[in-house]
Design a protein around this ligand. Structure first.
Ligand code: NAD
Length: 481
């Protein structure tokens, strides 16, 4: 039972955002939100149910009748306005991400800056994307697909809310958003941004509830034309299967087990700290984390020494401390999941170079795990095949470039890949052989105009830039005699 002091500090949210207003939840289930840094209760939120979702879909459908016919300039104006309001709340969004998710303050801020900038990136892409093409007596226009359901995961909730909304608005779609149920505090700050933006009613409706309740209603409802989903492979498969009944268009951004190929001419002083940053970004809870470091056999000893040296710059700790590189896992469940993979790695014969099972010393109260590096990993081992979603790096050795490419591509995933080496021509040649939606050479790189998405089980379709807007459009050709 909550004490008086707890009662005063625990936040309570009982509303959803439908048709331009905060409305009381029809759903009655209440969920406790725990601060992962110290295990304490910080919020109680009332979850939406199917009826809340249906009300939101109806509002989006009404709004689509006019928003679907807006001009590029009208949409661009809304995107600029969204950029302004989200930019003004970067501090609040960052604080909420640190508190409820345990994101390190440096990473959380970077992500929230991205959440603001993505609206301007979408505006730029919209200006560059021809929405009408014609030849002879044929005219093709790219039409918004209709009401879009946007579903986000907990590891970068506010960023994905912004990125998906930006592309949908640019395309002229109205939206019903189902944020992660583990991210209500970030979502609340983000909703306050929406209110300040004074969007047309019904353009953006937000109903936070369970995936198998609210998410499933979006997938099933015939008034939703498109689902843009970021999350796990298993849920992505459910959405694709269940969405088929109403012929849903889908964009699925799913998991990864990204290879990072260290070529034999790589400069380890630069490449090893980068490899650790790529593996441990967002405390390892990142779909694009480079979790398989492919190392030439001849340089393994050097690499091990470089890792033992560089890992000192990646301490686990309080996410609000700017020196912390790895925060807690989002939940007890995620903590246990990561622990079970570390145990499995040891059982299957991999060797712990650094880290291992249990909490780091002094961090027993939260869901912290030790940043862990395994050596003697075979690409067939469970820890090299399955997405762990925690700060666990697997080092796998290879014989030559062909062997490295083979191992890199020997995965069911294909979201991201990384290559480092001093001969850039050679690094490019290797990059061009990798089956991944994005390949970064010599760094942890991003470009909000570049397509983002996966080959194979990493997903279907692309987000960002013109590619991301096209995912919300249908071509219509008019042919005249
Ligand atoms: P998840 O799949 O469990 O949940 C994602 C979202 O889907 C949540 O909002 C959840 O409530 C909802 N959902 C659950 N069941 C649903 C259903 N039946 N119908 C509709 N929606 C449903 O994923 P998670 O645990 O929140 O996030 C971690 C996963 O997300 C990891 O696998 C990670 O790789 C992936 N991810 C991918 C990307 C990418 O861009 N490729 C980015 C971040 C995270």
């Amino acid at each position: 039972m909550a004490t008086m002091t707890e009662k005063e500090t625990i936040k309570t949210h009982t509303t959803h955002y439908i048709d331009g207003a905060f409305v009381e939840s029809h759903g009655r289930e209440v969920m406790d939100i725990i601060n992962p840094t110290n295990g304490q209760l910080i919020a109680r939120v009332t979850l939406a149910d199917e009826e809340d979702a249906r009300r939101a879909i109806a509002a989006a459908k009404r709004a689509f009748a006019s928003f679907g016919r807006t001009t590029k300039e009208e949409r661009a104006k809304i995107l600029r306005r969204l950029h302004e309001v989200v930019s003004a709340h970067i501090d609040d969004l960052t604080a909420a991400m640190v508190e409820e998710y345990g994101g390190t303050i440096a990473f959380s801020r970077l992500l929230m800056e991205g959440a603001a900038n993505v609206f301007l990136s979408a505006e730029k892409a919209l200006q560059e994307l021809p929405l009408t093409r014609s030849w002879g007596k044929t005219t093709v226009t790219l039409e918004p697909v209709g009401v879009a359901g946007l579903i986000t995961p907990w590891n970068a909730n506010s960023f994905f809310l912004s990125a998906k909304l930006a592309s949908a608005v640019a395309a002229g779609c109205t939206t019903v958003i189902k944020p992660s149920e583990l991210s209500p505090l970030q979502t609340r700050v983000w909703l306050e941004c929406l209110q300040e933006a004074e969007l047309p009613n019904g353009l953006c409706n937000v109903v936070a509830g369970r995936g198998d309740v609210v998410g499933a209603e979006l997938v099933r409802n015939p008034d939703v034309a498109k689902i843009s989903f970021t999350g796990s492979v298993a849920v992505g498969q459910t959405i694709m299967r269940d969405g088929a009944a109403t012929m849903k268009r889908v964009t699925l951004e799913l998991g990864g087990k990204s290879p990072n190929i260290l070529l034999d001419d790589a400069d380890l002083d630069q490449a090893i700290p980068t490899a650790l940053a790529i593996a441990f970004m967002n405390s390892g809870q990142a779909c694009v984390a480079g979790t398989r470091l492919l190392v030439p056999r001849t340089r393994l000893d050097e690499v091990k020494r470089a890792i033992l040296d560089a890992i000192r710059a990646f301490p686990a700790g309080d996410p609000a401390d700017p020196k912390t590189a790895v925060g807690p896992m989002v939940s007890q469940k995620q903590y246990e999941r990561v622990q079970s993979y570390i145990r499995k790695g040891i059982e299957e014969g991999a060797e712990v170079l650094v880290g291992g099972e249990g909490h780091p010393k002094g961090l027993e109260a939260g869901y912290f795990v030790k940043p862990t590096v395994f050596v003697n990993v075979k690409n067939e081992m469970t820890i090299a095949r399955e997405e762990i979603f925690g700060p666990v790096l697997c080092i796998i050795t290879y014989e030559n470039d062909e062997d490295a490419i083979r191992i890199a591509n020997d995965t069911t995933y294909g979201l991201h890949a990384y290559v480092s080496g001093t001969n850039v021509q050679r690094a490019r040649r290797v990059a061009s052989r990798l089956l991944a939606g994005r390949v970064a050479i010599n760094g942890m790189l991003d470009d909000q105009q570049a397509p983002f998405g996966g080959f194979k089980y990493s997903g279907v379709g692309r987000e960002f830039g013109t590619f991301g807007i096209e995912a919300f459009l249908e071509p219509r050709a008019i042919l005249e005699s």
